[in-house]
Write a protein that binds this ligand. Structure first.
Ligand SMILES: *Cc1c(COP(=O)(O)O)cnc(C)c1O
Length: 216
């Protein structure tokens, strides 16, 4: 299954994040040996443990909700944080990046699903954060795009609608805050059940777990 999804992602020029949460290091290693380099985890401690066990050229993406007091554990090595959902978190990532003499790439996570439980910003909150940053730039972070999760539903029209909304948010922020930026280019959307729809709606990065690794 991995090879098929890999081929599909490559064909559409989207990055594939292999979501390895709850899966052991030896399964990650098997995929690594087939050429996969980007892995996504949603828990800090689990990501740190795997980072220490596995090759250093793996790009570790934090895709789950990130608590401010845990940023310090991943700041030395994380390649991309998908889940920035507050100004406070952004500031903490900035500070920890500076301590590590790094610039940490991040995505702004939007709440696009019709579910209470999913984290994420509204477009107004994101615009207020970015306006703030224009006044007080945060040199330790680089905002490289947006991320969102669609509602867990069989209704593909609804899923498509939600992805379309995320793409609109991306376009709006790009025009208003990043028109001269070449790094603000990512739309992280699409998981095992909906990555094909996400790609049709403009995803540049899909996060696929169970379709690669099997059910959790
Ligand atoms: C678990 C998870 C995924 C992958 O989900 P699958 O349905 O297993 O592909 C993608 N994104 C986030 C944020 C996740 O927590």
């Amino acid at each position: 299954m991995y090879q098929n999804i890999r081929a599909y992602a490559d064909h559409h020029h989207v990055a594939l994040v292999a979501v390895s949460k709850t899966k052991p290091a030896d399964l990650i290693r098997e995929l690594y040996d087939q050429g996969q380099r980007i892995f996504g985890e949603n828990r800090v401690q689990e990501m740190v443990e795997k980072y220490e066990l596995l090759p250093t050229d793996i790009e570790w993406h934090l895709i789950g909700h990130l608590q401010k007091n845990k940023v310090k554990y991943i700041a030395p090595f994380v390649s991309l944080v998908h889940s920035v959902d507050s100004n406070d978190l952004l500031k903490v990532i900035h500070k920890e990046a500076l301590k590590n003499k790094r610039v940490i790439p991040v995505l702004l996570q939007f709440h696009i699903a019709d579910e209470e439980t999913k984290f994420g910003l509204s477009i107004e909150e994101a615009e207020s954060i970015l306006t703030d940053m224009e006044q007080r730039p945060l040199s330790g972070i680089q905002i490289v795009g947006v991320m969102g999760m669609a509602t867990f539903t069989d209704n593909t029209d609804q899923i498509r609608e939600e992805f379309r909304r995320l793409k609109q948010y991306f376009d709006r922020l790009k025009a208003r805050f990043f028109h001269e930026s070449e790094v603000f280019k990512h739309i992280s959307m699409g998981m095992s059940g909906d990555y094909k729809i996400a790609i049709e709606e403009g995803s540049t990065m899909i996060r696929v777990g169970s379709a690669i690794f099997g059910a959790r």
